[in-house]
Design a protein around this ligand. Structure first.
Ligand SMILES: Cc1cc2nc3c(=O)[nH]c(=O)nc-3n(C[C@H](O)[C@H](O)[C@H](O)COP(=O)(O)OP(=O)(O)OC[C@H]3O[C@@H](n4cnc5c(N)ncnc54)[C@H](O)[C@@H]3O)c2cc1C
Length: 280
């Protein structure tokens, strides 16, 4: 884990409200693995936010730079969307666990809902480098929200798309598309990233077909390094910390039905944040 003042060398709005930023950090880019994240102080004025925001490592230029892909959803990401080339951001990383695969893996399926493409493109590039055949399945509400389709199409054996309004690819959710095609594709492992409800359904399908499944879990987090215990996730092995024991978990280990636990941890987080600052 490294802390860096990372210079912004590229910034693009790739879709309305969705930005990609590339930051220079030889240490983070050299050590990053797909699925890991960085914890970013959003904005160039370091006193603006007390709490860092977590973002998956989207891609790396080995030994030089890494990229994040994010959607503007609140004050932190809004501030982050305003950074300029040559600004320096305070970043800690790489953090958390990564996706894993055995050396003799024959086929995989990378499944993303919306911004879920963020960590999966890094994985797609690594699998390609290691000659692992994989399919990609991307879902979004509409065509304009379908991210990185061309990049996955370039790397995957076949890339499937699903949009809820039918404006591109299959009409409907990516889960429905998975359920229609999984018996044909029969991947050895599914790597899924997206909203919790989607992940739960993907995990159920994977289980029905006896396919291993790894998911990236999102939880509100404050410290990002396992110190504040604010991002608990209930697993079959007991409470785990999303930032340190995750964000990548075996889907079979997650106690999906226990939303009460998630709610408790979010409430605790908000209470703590309100006490620290009113511009968290
Ligand atoms: C491991 C991990 C990886 C992530 N990777 C990405 C990514 O690659 N791209 C992307 O767009 N988003 C990603 N997110 C979600 C991203 O961290 C939140 O969208 C962001 O923190 C929102 O900050 P905000 O200030 O704009 O929003 P606000 O809603 O104003 O945030 C308020 C507080 O809640 C926290 N928060 C809000 N939503 C989330 C969330 N979903 N997860 C965690 N903390 C949250 C923030 O840290 C902040 O302190 C990731 C989350 C996690 C846990």
């Amino acid at each position: 884990m490294f802390q860096a003042k990372a210079d912004v060398i590229s910034k693009k709005e790739i879709s309305p409200g969705v930005f990609s930023i590339t930051l220079i950090s030889p240490e983070i880019s050299r050590n990053a693995k797909p699925g890991q994240f960085v914890h970013v102080l959003c904005g160039v004025q370091n006193d603006k936010f007390l709490l860092r925001r977590p973002f998956s490592i989207h891609r790396v230029v080995p030994g030089r730079a890494f990229e994040i892909l994010f959607q503007v959803v609140g004050s932190g990401t809004k501030e982050l969307s305003k950074v300029k080339i040559h600004d320096a951001l305070d970043v800690i990383g790489p953090l958390g666990t990564s996706f894993t695969y055995s050396p003799d893996i024959k086929s995989a399926l990378l499944l993303a809902g919306g911004l879920g493409v963020a960590p999966l493109l890094f994985l797609a590039e690594e699998l390609t480098e290691n000659h692992v055949m994989f399919y990609a399945m991307l879902g979004a509400q509409t065509k304009t929200k379908l991210l990185r389709y061309i990049d996955f199409k370039r790397l995957a054996k076949k890339t499937f798309a699903a949009t809820e309004d039918g404006s591109f690819g299959h009409e409907g959710t990516v889960v429905a598309l998975l359920n229609r095609t999984v018996h044909r594709l029969r991947p050895q492992v599914i790597y899924a990233v997206g909203p919790g409800k989607m992940l739960q359904k993907v995990a159920e399908t994977a289980d029905d077909f006896g396919i291993d499944c790894q998911v990236s879990i999102e939880a509100k987090m404050a410290c990002g390094v396992g110190a504040c215990l604010g991002c608990t996730c209930l697993t079959r092995q007991g409470f785990k910390l999303t930032c340190k024991d995750g964000p990548i978990f075996n889907a079979r280990d997650i106690m999906w039905g226990e939303s009460e636990v998630e709610q408790l941890s979010l409430d605790g987080y908000k209470y703590e944040a309100a006490e620290i600052t009113d511009s968290d």
